[in-house]
Design a protein around this ligand. Structure first.
Ligand code: 13P
Ligand code: SF4
Length: 303
């Protein structure tokens, strides 16, 4: 089957099985083009609650598909690449949070949505990169634990100095490795460019940016800006939408290392197979799902 035939088959199977394809902004262009919805983590969680499809094919990584299942338990949620995980999500687990809670029962836990169902279940509320500041601001407590991303946590801390945020030592292996010297070099090469970065980048990089936001916020910012040149400090998948929606503007990737190999595990072929064989189905144990749902619902209500 060639690529066009595969796309036609995907379209046919989607109709036949009443399936919807949700894709993260980091997915490869071919997938973004066939997806029903492309967005950041917040948008995709919101869409998972709204769709009336029977099957959600989640083109992204495991925690995203798992969140969709937590929010829509009666739908079949499929992850086409069974091993597409997020190394940062694996840097914290539910047992460690249970120990923390025993020691500090009065300190609430805010978890980045890039985390497992068990971690969400042990947390008080979730957040994504687009609503993190708003969510933390809404907490009545002055001190809280933020897991697992230390970079997003310290970015929030800068925006809300009146609160004390205890940071976990997690990080995104893709964003964390970008160096601040790469910002200097890119700015020298493109002096008129604005630097737009994701808060998963480390503090030294974030402090040199003109704008910090989620993947969709970066895209919206570039779409609205009068500027013509941008240096993009997030995973290279966002370049597809940026260039498609702004043919008159120039976009340069801040660092050649900005590729998340887990996000690139999803292909047209494994989406096709996901629809044919209804694989790989995401399941979440009911007790954990209920507790994790509480953290996700609290977040969505505030978003
Ligand atoms: P957002 O799309 O919410 O900015 O998330 C970025 C990310 O790293 C997802 O894994
Ligand atoms: Fe995880 Fe980073 Fe990849 Fe996002 S970009 S899925 S945070 S490793």
């Amino acid at each position: 089957m060639n690529e066009n035939e595969m796309i036609q088959e995907i379209e046919r199977l989607k109709k036949e099985k009443n399936a919807v394809i949700l894709a993260h902004n980091y997915q490869i262009p071919e997938i973004q083009e066939i997806a029903d919805i492309v967005g950041d983590s917040l948008k995709l969680s919101q869409e998972a609650t709204k769709t009336d499809a029977d099957i959600i094919v989640f083109s992204g990584v495991h925690f995203m598909a798992e969140s969709a299942k937590i929010l829509s338990p009666h739908k079949k949620v499929l992850l086409p690449a069974y091993d597409a995980g997020c190394p940062m999500a694996d840097m914290v687990d539910g047992d460690k949070l249970k120990i923390f809670k025993q020691e500090y029962p009065d300190i609430p836990i805010v978890c980045y949505v890039n985390s497992s169902a068990e971690v969400k279940a042990e947390s008080d509320i979730c957040c994504t990169s687009s609503n993190a500041v708003k969510i933390v601001k809404s907490m009545k407590e002055d001190k809280l634990l933020f897991v697992p991303d230390q970079n997003l946590g310290s970015y929030i801390q800068k925006q809300i100095p009146e609160k004390e945020i205890i940071l976990w030592e997690g990080f995104c292996i893709t964003h964390h490795r970008v160096k601040s010297i790469e910002v200097n070099v890119a700015k020298k090469k493109h002096p008129d460019a604005l630097v737009l970065v994701h808060p998963e980048c480390n503090e030294a990089v974030v402090s040199k940016a003109d704008f910090v936001g989620s993947t969709s916020e970066i895209i919206d910012y570039a779409n609205r800006s009068e500027n013509k040149t941008f240096i993009i400090g997030t995973e290279m998948g966002v370049l597809h939408k940026l260039r498609k929606e702004n043919p008159d503007k120039k976009f340069y990737l801040l660092s050649p290392g900005l590729t998340c190999y887990n996000m690139k595990k999803t292909t047209l072929e494994n989406i096709y197979k996901a629809l044919v064989f209804e694989q790989y189905e995401i399941k979440v144990e009911e007790e954990i799902r209920n507790k994790a749902l509480h953290s996700l619902t609290r977040m969505l209500e505030l978003s």
